[in-house]
Design a protein around this ligand. Structure first.
Ligand code: SAM
Length: 209
């Protein structure tokens, strides 16, 4: 079965699900700061591993401009075919992998349950590029997986708590929730999850001096 066909089963299983809590948390923090602002160009978000677009649609609905990428053509086709895609949406959607992606400067990087699927050996360079692209005051929202996750060692990138703290250097952690629990996958299979739910605010450059 191709990657696209495998992911199609996931997209079917999660269709019509609401946006992720980490995205909503980040968007509420931006709203409290007056972003998006009337009479100013819309803020710009990258949605990485967007799937069929549950988060992309929320960003567009709230007045953001979005560049959405996903490794599968099926995800991008589903996103572009969504009936709830707002008319005139400021959306660019591309089939592209994190590993090859050169992120443009942005206000928010959203990566819901996707970045752990980056090739482990390439994750450090990917993370360095992503975090450099976020403007000071901008945010990262998404999930990373820990070593107790059942998929650890099976081609998935994991980080222990110490490594997560290193990844957060240069950010203020507004949300850093570590969850270890026995649950199920979107397809209903039992699985142990070890997840870090993250909302990170990028510190001003002077904080590094
Ligand atoms: C678990 S789904 C999450 C989808 C969506 N963000 C959500 O929260 O429902 C992971 C998505 O990441 C995509 N993906 C996996 N590896 C990727 C890679 N190396 N580069 C870009 N996207 C990737 C998959 O195609 C899939 O759509």
């Amino acid at each position: 079965m191709s990657d696209g066909a495998r992911w199609n089963r996931y997209y079917e299983a999660v269709r019509d699900r609401p946006p992720r809590d980490t995205l909503l948390d980040a968007l509420d923090r931006f709203s409290a700061e007056g972003i998006p602002a009337k009479d100013e160009p819309p803020p710009f978000a990258l949605d990485l591993g967007c799937g069929d677009g549950r988060d992309t649609i929320e960003l567009l609905r709230r007045g953001w401009r979005v560049l959405a990428i996903d490794a599968t053509a099926e995800a991008i086709a589903r996103l572009l075919a969504r009936p709830d895609l707002p008319e005139g949406a400021l959306l660019e959607a591309r089939v592209e992998r994190f590993e090859d992606f050169q992120p443009p400067a942005c206000d928010l990087i959203n990566a819901s349950f996707s970045l752990p699927l980056c090739e482990p050996a390439r994750f450090p360079a990917v993370w360095a590029r992503l975090t450099a692209a976020i403007r000071p005051g901008g945010r990262f929202a998404g999930q990373l997986y820990g070593p107790q996750d059942a998929w650890a060692g099976r081609g998935v990138t994991t980080h222990d708590r110490t490594a997560i703290d290193s990844l957060c250097a240069g950010f203020r952690a507004e949300k850093l929730d570590e969850i270890v629990e026995d649950g199920t996958t979107a397809l209903g299979k039992p699985k142990r999850w070890h997840i870090f739910h993250l909302v990170l605010a990028k510190l001003p450059a002077c904080a590094f001096n």
